[in-house]
Write a new protein. Structure first.
Length: 148
């Protein structure tokens, strides 16, 4: 899904569908010629098709956030770009990383979400307070009318 270009992760523009020893497989690639040469060299591999990839705006935005993560973490970066899952949130416990290069980004996003939640809670509290104030004003007006 990703490959390094000039030290930055880039989304692969193609997906190759191929048959190898009777099994149909798919792989992201940026180099059609490499796959064509590979299939020509190895009888057990047949290229079925190349297709252009497309990625969502959200995936492209996530790539921008992690494009400079160092080599060696490709699978974690790709997973994050694909669906927003951080390395310590993976379902497979064996694959999880507690200390990972996306940790700072993860903390920033969590803090942002919490800040937004606090703001929403504060707004709801203010609305509730306004309702109480409105009720108190109506009550005082009713008491004032009763005294007349």
């Amino acid at each position: 899904m990703l490959y390094l270009e000039n030290g930055e992760w880039v989304l692969a523009p193609y997906k190759v569908k191929y048959k190898q020893r009777g099994e149909v497989l798919e792989q992201y690639t940026h180099d059609k010629q490499w796959w064509t040469d590979f299939a020509a060299k190895w009888e057990h591999t047949e290229i079925l098709e190349f297709e252009e990839t497309s990625f969502t705006d959200e995936q492209k935005a996530r790539l921008e956030e992690v494009k400079n993560v160092k080599e060696g973490f490709e699978s974690y970066v790709a997973q994050y770009v694909l669906d927003g899952t951080f390395p310590d949130e993976l379902e497979d416990e064996k694959e999880r990383l507690k200390n990972h290069p996306l940790r700072l980004l993860q903390l920033e996003k969590e803090n942002s979400r919490q800040g937004q939640t606090i703001t929403e809670t504060e707004l709801e509290s203010m609305r509730h307070g306004q309702k109480i104030t409105d009720f108190e004003l109506k009550f005082m007006l009713l008491e004032g009318n009763d005294n007349e």
